[in-house]
Ligand binder design. Sequence first.
Ligand code: ADP
Ligand code: MG
Length: 306
Amino acid sequence: MSSDAPDPNDPADVADGSDVADGVDASAPTADEPEENDGEVEESAKHTPSGSPPLRVEGLVKRFGGVTAVDGASFEVESGSLTGLIGPNGAGKSTTFNCITGVHEPTAGTVSFQGEDVTGLKPYQIARKGLVRTFQIARELSEMTVLENLMLAPQGQLGESAVRAVTPGLRGAVVEEETALRERAWETLEFFEIDHLAHEHAGNLSGGQRKLLEMARVLMTDPEMVLLDEPLAGVNPTLEEKLLDRIHDLRADGYTFLLVEHDMDVIMNNCERVIVMHQGSVLAEGTGDEIRNDERVIEAYLGEDL
Ligand code: ADP
Ligand code: MG
């Protein structure tokens, strides 16, 4: 990664961009939770499938010096699906995510999102198109409250422009936007059931609560598709269930998810399609049952539980 590249651990680098008017859209259809505030977070209608899959990866290669982390991976993810991406340690899953979301520039191959070639774009440019991944909460964000973390997620708000903030006539717009953003942040916190933590410093959250916060931040950017890299690592069973429930809720609402997860039961029980990577390329694809019984997959895992 070049020195001017965005910091992959800085959510601000991915959260940039999306038009805030979209981010605070209050005209979305309603659903039944969260109870108060009409809870519009999970209801913003996502685009309906347009024929082409939202994500298409073709011949993806990523080399780090002599190490070939991704070696010609090709796959597609269907619109509105919850697709699992699995593979033994070192198979190239995280590097694939980083290439898809612009954290790494691919050595070769293409990534297209909703029919548009996004190969080599910066993370914030890709995020602006609605394709995002979760990131660990960086240190500086740990010192902010949970609510502030959410307020900060959709960048490019009018209030960030000093000129606008002091220009008579534009101030009203800034205040209005801030109010709508705050409302949306609260709705998102309620959706993830972390509203009681709103004024807590992010750094004081448990591992599981941080994962919920990461998801909440991503949602504030109003994405179409979310890549989740081991979102359940270190999460207790109660929070794990909550997180999975929220993912299913969002999926039902039209969001598309690609999930990397170590726990095979989680993958098998939640993903209708599974892609298996091995040594940098795609070894198999299919339903959980097909994958579980695939000789090549069993061999790749060398006796690990499937
Ligand atoms: P997975 O997420 O499937 O466990 P990774 O994508 O993290 O696999 O890693 C794939 C391979 O690429 C591993 O051999 C890893 O050591 C190597 N790798 C990943 N990132 C880098 C990097 N920044 N520099 C050098 N090698 C890397
Ligand atoms: Mg990984």
